[in-house]
Design a protein around this ligand. Structure first.
Ligand SMILES: *Cc1c(COP(=O)(O)O)cnc(C)c1O
Length: 418
């Protein structure tokens, strides 16, 4: 973001206009949906020049803009959206995808090769876990998981014991973890990565979906790549599936090149929807976090609740307090809790909610509740699942923008059935 008269606008002030030139679209104040597959060149020479840059045949000139060619390579709705997403994380470049899973899998496929070792935090999103543990082994990529409470030395041991320490290529982190809200120290992982870096940098990739682009900025803590399911806070209205990856220009050129050939970019319509969502990102998320703090406090005091897992309830005595203070600017709007009892009690609660909807996904304007053990994390082997804290009594809530008194009323009356 360049200063205007020495003033730098905050990202939320830029979400309505940044990167869009009305004069290129008949003066329309909003970026139209460029629902087009291809773009007309002014001349054959121009077409040639655009392709030279796109295919890396020559370096882009200092004042040369990347020309529009074909919507699998670039499209105004995607480019403007990507430029706006860069502002929140202060990243050099961004690529948007047709889903969070395509963002994550493209990163893993681009930066890992047969024989490499991937180290990842546990638990990770169910889809990510599946790709790491069932697809990557088929192409000869080894993966080992570490628990969020492990110290640097213990992780070191794990890497050494794997027998592939010399091929460690990436550390993949999901923090806070879904659905337990456990947190991982990104800068500690960056130090581990440095230790194992030989010719090629061991990359740190962070799935930042749970905190959205607002409350955790992984690049500032030593991460190289950030991934989002834009389906969640970025989209924020439960009406679109999308993903994003951010990082420096060199790494992102590789991500975008693989995206071009996998063809898993977002559509112009998705780009347009996400631009609309970004205008209210901060007000939505701040209201959601405000509501979540009220809901968490209510649950923590309720006699039918065993334990609440929420960043706002981490006390100074806790081992993760320092990491929480260093890495997060808000406790966020995702919480989970163990109800006293088991699956039966959890289901009774879920089946009796009147306002909060029973659905997976998160980060949307409406509050959502689900049962991780039998829904989002049903694919994890039961013993592992329980070791990760995903018990039969665990309920996850994504807090929305409703009036918090209505949310608490709903939770109270549903708990009365238990
Ligand atoms: C939802 C989610 C994903 C997958 O994103 P999709 O947009 O559904 O493909 C990845 N990581 C986390 C943490 C998620 O919550």
């Amino acid at each position: 973001m360049k200063p205007v008269k020495n003033h730098i606008f905050k990202p939320e002030s830029m979400m309505m206009s940044y990167g869009y030139k009305p004069e290129l679209s008949e003066g329309a104040i909003k970026c139209p949906i460029f629902q087009t597959s291809t773009f007309v060149f002014k001349s054959a020479e121009e077409g040639k020049a655009f392709f030279e840059v796109a295919y890396g045949i020559r370096e882009q000139g200092a004042h040369e803009e990347m020309g529009l060619i074909y919507s699998r390579l670039n499209n105004p709705d995607l480019e403007i959206l990507e430029n706006r997403l860069c502002l929140w994380d202060q990243a050099e470049a961004c690529a948007v995808f047709e889903s969070g899973m395509s963002a994550i899998t493209t990163v893993l496929l681009e930066f890992l090769k047969p024989g490499d070792l991937l180290l990842y935090s546990m638990p990770v999103y169910g889809g990510t876990d599946h790709f790491i543990n069932t697809f990557l082994p088929k192409i000869g990529i080894h993966a080992i998981g570490f628990r969020p409470d492990m110290k640097s030395g213990e992780i070191d041991e794990l890497v050494k014991k794997s027998g592939h320490a010399d091929r460690l290529s990436m550390i993949f982190i999901e923090t806070p973890a879904n659905p337990t809200n456990t947190i991982v120290d990104i800068s500690m992982c960056a130090s581990i990565a440095q230790k194992y870096t030989q010719d090629q940098k061991v990359l740190i990739a962070v799935d930042n979906t749970y905190m959205g682009p607002l409350w955790q900025h992984p690049l500032q803590h030593g991460a190289d790549l950030i991934m989002y399911s834009a389906t969640k806070y970025i989209g924020g209205h439960s009406d679109v599936i999308a993903g994003a990856v951010l990082g420096n220009a060199t790494l992102m050129k590789r991500v975008k090149t693989l995206r071009t050939f996998l063809g898993n970019m977002a559509s112009p319509n998705t780009g347009w929807l996400l631009m609309r969502s970004l205008e209210t990102l901060k007000v939505r998320m701040e209201q959601q976090a405000f509501n979540a703090q009220k809901v968490a406090a209510y649950l923590a005091a309720h006699p039918k609740v065993e334990k609440v897992y929420y960043l706002g309830l981490i006390t100074e005595k806790s081992a993760s307090y320092e990491v929480y203070k260093k890495q997060y600017t808000s406790p966020g709007a995702m919480l989970s809790f163990d109800i006293k009892g088991s699956e039966k009690e959890a289901f009774l609660f879920l089946n009796n909610l009147k306002l909060i909807q029973l659905a997976v996904s998160l980060g949307s304007t409406e509050s959502l509740a689900e049962h991780p053990a039998s829904m989002t994390h049903a694919g994890i082997e039961p013993l592992n699942r329980i070791e990760m804290g995903i018990t039969d009594s665990l309920i996850r809530i994504s807090v929305g923008v409703e009036n918090y008194e209505d949310l608490i009323w709903d939770i109270q009356q549903a708990l009365d059935y238990v």
